[in-house]
Design a protein around this ligand. Structure first.
Ligand code: ANZ
Length: 759
């Protein structure tokens, strides 16, 4: 290794910090570009190499846009409420805010060591009362608009963490955090009516530029189905196939359906009860697993098919879910696979009836059209300490009342114990001085809500706070919002597509309806990165000891090597294994660049051409998120220049400009050394070069020669060759001659591509 990365990294990081060159300007007349990466949870483990994958990619975009003359906002902050800090507090008694602060300091130091061009003056921390004051304010807007409501919900309950989990926090029937099998529990919870926005969340996907797979996941999660509600006597079913109603041979109730008891005949009571006890132990995920054998029990009763008047038996089976549709289905074994499997197993009839005309079938069955969604309302309560207190009080007389704006934030009080209480309530419920308050409406005695918000609250709007982070009158000023929104480019993990991304789109749409943000979509473009795996292709995990620590890579190879390697390692969207050899290869490339700086002088046309082509390719690749091929173009160019033996100082400076987003420390250093730029000149602020078109034209091109459409030869010819000359050359080719037997009927020339002889 030749260059002293430790010295160079530190030198330029200090210069950037002193000159504040990455500060986004408010009130600028320039065109803005807002680049956003998902802010991290500052865990005790520190930064993981997965984090810089997203950050480096968007740092490159941010740097390029800045060099293209835009006013770029590229901020960073901390999504700092969450269980690990709380778990640590439970174990040690140390307040989560203390641990959080230490972790944030570590993350900040680590990020700075990689040389990201964040505007550090806009840092936000979701656990700062000055921040969560606005999260609470926004919750109150939901509440005042009737979108936050308290309801008894059957929630996923983790018996170990004593916490209610949202559906998306249950993985394979177990708690996402601790792996304990999740139970069902009925609990009063604050809910937010995201389902009211289902249609708009779906339709407005047409107005944004997201990767197709991201749109698809959101569509599936929202799960809009058009169908009908049809009554079989008392039992109402939701079906997407009313046209199959003539072939219904039985009806199924979910085990939790309220009509199960009434439908059960006395001789079937025992069997039904036994079945209900068995299914209560299963999770929705197990129940929805179509690969498992179907189970069910006959209730002993029958209902009438409203279309054809036939009596059909009523069964209870757990492949029907209580929380979807009406919790009851009409079963058509002829057309539905699950119904078919069930009918075969229990010897129920399978009728072969023709399909009906949909509208007629609904009409004759006295049904009604209905649109159904898979999306559920958002369970917004957590019975935990380390979250934003829900800013409501309950008064005997006035019911639930929002804490007035001028009394926000409702700050987290100090507690002695951080665990939920034995009956699963938040530890805040044990603090009398917190709980007992007065009603803002009538002044009488009232009690505070002790539930806190889920992690997803603070992250639903953080990008708005970056816009105006110090404002204490509003979450952000109107002018600043107007200038900076929407986010132009947002990158984050695929695992956040259905949670954070959907929640924040919903949250933003609500704020738009309230007239407090100017756009109805928060993010114009959304991209996603693949995971970085361990060398052996498995997931990096602390327990396996295969986690790569960015600090060590930076110390040994330098920040530029880490940055460039992380993008070179593979297509950005795909998972890729870490490779130390790959890392070393990238460092060698940077060393070569340094050696080039020693050989400036004359330049061959070949080098000039290669440079302009590289500029073009790298520009296009950055815009198209093909960072890996951008790096390989830079590498190819360096090889060409090295073989040529020298290049001109101007060309080298140009090369450094396009290298600088990837390897900003080295690029700045070499520019200073080789071009003798005065101190205070930054590569990072040089205009992004455009390739000179005259150098992009190839002198030689390859032309394919066909006979009757079959490839017979390919020729390297001058780019400006005439058609006649080309045909002559083609005919002279030995292999072509062999096949040119008989009369040539037609000679087809496609400029720059091919010649076809038709015989
Ligand atoms: C009769 C039928 C015939 C159906 C057929 C499908 C095919 P999506 O598209 O996902 O909305 N269904 C309704 N509620 C259900 C529940 N709670 N649990 C499990 N299955 C349920 O699916 C709607 C279809 O899924 C409905 O249409 C219903 O079966 C079933 F050839 O009705 B169908």
């Amino acid at each position: 290794m030749s260059y002293d990365h430790k010295k160079i990294d530190a030198k330029w990081q200090q210069r950037w910090e002193d000159a504040r060159i990455f500060k986004a300007k408010d009130g600028s007349k320039k065109k803005k570009y807002y680049v956003l990466v998902e802010f991290p949870y500052p865990s005790g483990a520190g930064l993981h190499v997965g984090h810089p994958r997203s950050y480096t990619a968007l740092d490159i975009v941010a740097r390029k846009k800045r060099m293209e003359g835009m006013n770029v906002l590229f901020p960073m902050g901390w999504d700092a409420f969450g269980l690990p800090a709380e778990a640590y507090a439970i174990k040690t008694g140390v307040h989560p805010s203390i641990v959080t602060k230490q972790n944030i300091d570590t993350f900040r130091r680590q990020l700075k060591a990689i040389g990201f061009s964040f505007d550090w003056s806009r840092e936000v921390d979701t656990t700062d009362p000055k921040y969560y004051r606005w999260t609470q304010w926004m919750f109150n807007q939901f509440f005042k608009a009737g979108l936050a409501y308290k309801a008894k919900a059957s929630i996923n309950w983790c018996p170990k963490d004593k916490i209610g989990l949202a559906n998306e926090e249950v993985v394979g029937g177990a708690c996402e955090r601790c792996g304990t099998p999740v139970e069902k529990r009925d609990k009063e919870q604050w809910m937010i009516a995201i389902t009211k926005y289902a249609d708009r969340l779906l339709e407005d996907l047409n107005t944004v530029d997201y990767l197709p797979k991201i749109k698809k996941q959101q569509e599936d999660w929202i799960g809009r189905s058009e169908g009908a509600l049809i009554k079989f006597d008392e039992i109402e079913v939701f079906t997407t196939r009313p046209d199959t109603i003539d072939g219904v041979t039985y009806v199924v109730l979910a085990p939790e359906h309220p009509l199960v008891a009434d439908s059960t005949s006395s001789d079937q009571v025992k069997a039904v009860q036994k079945y209900l006890a068995e299914t209560a132990k299963k999770t929705d995920i197990e129940r929805g697993d179509d690969s498992k054998e179907k189970t069910g029990v006959f209730t002993g009763s029958y209902v009438k098919n409203p279309y054809n008047g036939e009596d059909v038996p009523v069964w209870v089976a757990d492949y029907v879910l209580a929380g979807y549709g009406t919790g009851a289905v009409m079963a058509v074994p002829q057309h539905d696979e699950r119904d078919h499997a069930f009918a075969e197993k229990f010897g129920l009839p399978i009728e072969d009836r023709p399909l009906l005309e949909v509208d007629q079938a609904i009409k004759k069955s006295k049904g009604q059209k209905k649109v159904n969604y898979r999306l559920r309302d958002w369970v917004f309560s957590r019975q935990r300490y380390w979250g934003e207190p829900i800013p409501l009080v309950h008064c005997e007389k006035d019911g639930w009342v929002a804490v007035p704006d001028d009394q926000l934030p409702v700050e987290l009080p100090p507690v002695e114990k951080y665990e939920p209480t034995d009956n699963g309530e938040s530890p805040l419920s044990a603090i009398d001085s917190f709980v007992n308050t007065t009603c803002p409406s009538c002044g009488g005695p009232a009690k505070r809500e002790t539930d806190t918000m889920p992690n997803w609250a603070g992250s639903s709007w953080y990008f708005l706070r970056y816009i105006d982070p110090k404002n204490d009158k509003e979450f952000a000023s109107k002018a600043a919002l107007k200038y900076w929104t929407p986010v132009d480019l947002y990158n984050g993990g695929m695992e956040h597509t259905t949670l954070h991304l959907l929640y924040s789109r919903f949250w933003h749409k609500f704020l738009f309806d309230q007239g407090v943000v100017p756009t109805s979509e928060p993010y114009a473009r959304r991209h996603s990165h693949g995971l970085i795996m361990a060398e052996d292709g498995t997931k990096m995990s602390k327990s396996k000891g295969n986690v790569v620590n960015p600090d060590e890579v930076v110390a040994e190879f330098g920040a530029d090597t880490l940055r460039t390697y992380i993008l070179f390692m593979g297509p950005f969207e795909e998972p890729v294994p870490w490779s130390t050899n790959g890392l070393i290869g990238v460092r060698r490339f940077l060393d070569k660049v340094e050696r080039l700086a020693e050989k400036l002088g004359d330049e061959s046309t070949e080098v000039t051409k290669a440079l302009h082509k590289t500029i073009k390719k790298v520009s296009d690749d950055i815009d198209g998120f093909r960072f890996n091929t951008a790096v390989s173009e830079l590498m190819k160019f360096v090889n060409v220049a090295q073989e040529a033996g020298s290049m001109s100082p101007d060309s080298f400076a140009m090369f450094l400009t396009i290298l600088s987003p990837f390897a900003p420390h080295l690029a700045n250093e070499l520019a200073e050394r080789s071009t003798k730029a005065p101190i205070g000149t930054f590569m990072d602020l040089q205009p992004w070069p455009s390739p000179d078109p005259k150098w992009l034209i190839d002198d030689e091109i390859t032309i394919v020669i066909q006979v009757n459409g079959k490839l017979r030869a390919s020729l390297n010819v001058a780019a400006d060759i005439s058609d006649a000359e080309l045909i002559e050359l083609a005919k002279a080719d030995e292999n072509v001659q062999k096949h040119l037997i008989g009369e040539v009927k037609k000679e087809i020339v496609v400029k720059g591509k091919l010649v076809n002889f038709v015989i």
